[in-house]
Ligand binder design. Structure first.
Ligand code: PEP
Ligand code: MG
Length: 567
């Protein structure tokens, strides 16, 4: 068995087709008739643009605009004066042959883009490599194997699946993709997901270990590539594949529908996101809003604080994508396991109980106020709500709200628009917030239960510590009591209560949440349809019966035993 990165879900069983890289070697020479050489180069570029446009059109039909735009970007790149213009200069003024001029310029860009440590820029390097190989092949008159001719049941195995290769992929015939390079966010992965072809990337030496014609199984959900599968393995994986496809088809029935229980109660089904880009994914996944925007990404992987404007742009961008749907933005939740080196946080004995999240923000008012102002400014562009993490005392909520009022006054004075009635809520994720939920509910506009931390703080069990993992469960009676209490306290004060911790997507938790009266579920994008389906299974009465039984149980084992038997 070979192992790689699970990049596109599903299971493919088929025969290997190794997509060879052609030797694009040539002998560089100096040309005297530079005009003729320039014409030869331009002809090659024209041919490249023509082929790429055809491929982009095909891709637009099979997958969509976004994927086609990647290829169209190649045309823009080669026509860009900084790239194409410079290549022409090398031929015209330097007397280089077209191949050498193209290679020299492309290599410079590849080196430059590869040196930058971010996925998007690194991807540009892959794009330039793709352009270089395609034009070199045209100049050298090399016929590249046509992936579009691959027979049904083919697993493509290549060093890298380039966008231009992907364009030739016929979805009906290609059952899997295996590459030696790439990550979850590389084009290969994005395109494989868009084409819904199971893919495993970064499998070391795949093209030399595997040979054309041999049968393999690609498990794009686990990252496994099974070589020389036995009969038993083939039937095991076939069953898995059929179950996966059946579930997928069935889940599609829930797309575009409201989230309702079997007895007709409606719920909001939101998504958790970490970047404005994720907002698009949330909408594509059919999320009805965003229940948790973790803003730490804006502060991480950089050397200085983001400015208010930078933050404003990011929040506004997410708001625009959501087109008026609810967007809960959580203020900075750093500290604990989330370090931001340039803030110079001191190492603490007990970081999860230390100087972090709302505690840090209330002591660093400038930083906090600039984030709140950015959120307020973005509130003019959508249904934005502010949420404070790690609240343990009413004073913290009051101090946070006071700062929101100060920020509003500043904006008013500068004549900047914002939503005067922006809701301010509490992330109930500490034991203290559960215990004083009745007090917090009087002063908060909404609650969102963060079960990831609520479980840890209630059980006094670190979520990352495997020695105490047996205690870390949202099905512990103590945690269930907290969840029930928080929802009931919210209900008593008439405020909405959501859940944004992982437990919200757990099929065993869903009947309990329906019974307790949760109003909003916030889950990861891939879970949306599954959660909608699971909510639709329960009537309020049935859920109440389950909850009554569960809340009478004394141990987590009993709870799980019972719930596993009924979902
Ligand atoms: C939580 O604590 O449940 C939560 C959703 O937030 P995070 O995982 O970011 O701490
Ligand atoms: Mg948390």
């Amino acid at each position: 068995m070979l192992k790689g990165i699970a990049a596109s879900e599903g299971i493919g069983i088929g025969k290997v087709m190794i997509v060879e890289e052609h030797s694009l070697e040539y002998t560089p020479k100096t040309v005297t008739d530079t005009a003729a050489e320039l014409a030869r180069y331009r002809d090659a570029v024209d041919k490249f643009c023509e082929e790429t446009t055809e491929q982009a059109d095909a891709l637009r039909k099979s997958t969509g605009d976004k994927e086609a735009e990647i290829l169209e970007g190649h045309i823009q790149m080669i026509k860009d004066p900084f790239m194409g213009g410079e290549i022409e200069k090398l031929i015209e003024e330097g007397g280089q042959c077209a191949e050498a001029a193209l290679e020299q310029m492309c290599n410079m860009f590849i080196e430059m883009f590869s040196a930058v440590d971010d996925d998007v820029t690194q991807q540009r390097a892959a794009d330039v490599k793709d352009i270089k190989s395609a034009i070199l092949a045209i100049l050298l008159g090399i016929k590249v194997v046509k992936i579009s001719d691959a027979p049904a049941g083919t697993v493509l195995v290549a060093k890298e699946v380039t966008p231009s290769m992907t364009a030739g992929i016929n979805k009906e015939n290609i059952v899997g993709i295996v590459t030696e390079t790439g990550s979850q966010t590389s084009h290969s992965a994005i395109l494989a997901r868009a084409l819904e072809i199971p893919a495993v990337l970064s499998v070391e030496k795949a093209t030399s270990t595997l040979s054309s014609g041999e049968q393999i199984i690609v498990d794009g959900s686990t990252g496994d590539v099974v070589t020389a599968p036995s009969e038993a393995e083939i039937s095991e994986y076939s069953a898995k594949r059929d179950a996966f496809l059946r579930e997928k088809r069935e889940l599609e029935n829930y797309r575009g529908k409201k989230t309702v229980s079997a007895s007709g109660e409606e719920y909001e089904l939101f998504c958790n996101i970490g970047t404005p880009k994720d907002a698009t994914k949330a909408m594509e996944a059919d999320g009805e809003g965003v229940g948790l925007f973790r803003t730490e990404f804006l502060f991480m992987d950089r050397n200085a604080l983001p400015t208010e404007d930078e933050q404003f742009e990011a929040y506004k961008q997410a708001a625009l994508v959501l087109k008026g749907k609810g967007l809960i933005i959580r203020t900075l939740d750093i500290g604990g396991d989330k370090d931001i080196p340039y803030l110079g946080l001191e190492k603490e004995e007990n970081p999860f109980m230390g100087f972090r999240a709302i505690r840090y923000c209330l002591k660093n008012r400038d930083l906090f106020k600039s984030q709140i102002k950015a959120i307020l400014r973005a509130s003019a562009f959508g249904d934005i709500r502010i949420m404070f993490p790690l609240i343990t005392a009413v004073e913290e909520l009051r101090a946070g709200k006071a700062l929101v009022e100060e920020a509003k006054a500043d904006l008013r004075a500068s004549g900047i628009e914002f939503n005067e009635n922006i809701p301010v809520g509490v992330m109930t994720e500490t034991a203290a917030s559960g215990v004083i939920a009745h007090l917090l509910a009087k002063e908060a506009d909404f609650f969102s239960i963060g079960t990831n931390d609520l479980t840890g703080y209630t059980m006094a069990a670190d979520r990352g510590n495997s020695d105490v993992a047996y205690l870390y469960s949202p099905f512990q009676p103590s945690v269930l009591i907290m969840i029930k209490r928080i929802i009931e306290c919210g209900k008593a004060e008439g405020i909405p209560v959501g859940m944004c911790g992982e437990a919200a997507a757990n099929p065993m938790m869903i009947p309990l949440l329906i019974s307790f009266g949760l109003t909003e579920f916030s889950v990861s994008a891939p879970s949306v349809l599954k959660v909608r389906k699971n909510i639709a299974k329960w009537t309020k009465d049935e859920a109440d019966k389950v909850a009554e039984k569960v809340m009478s149980m004394a141990t987590e084992a009993e709870v799980l035993d019972y719930l596993k038997g009924i979902v």
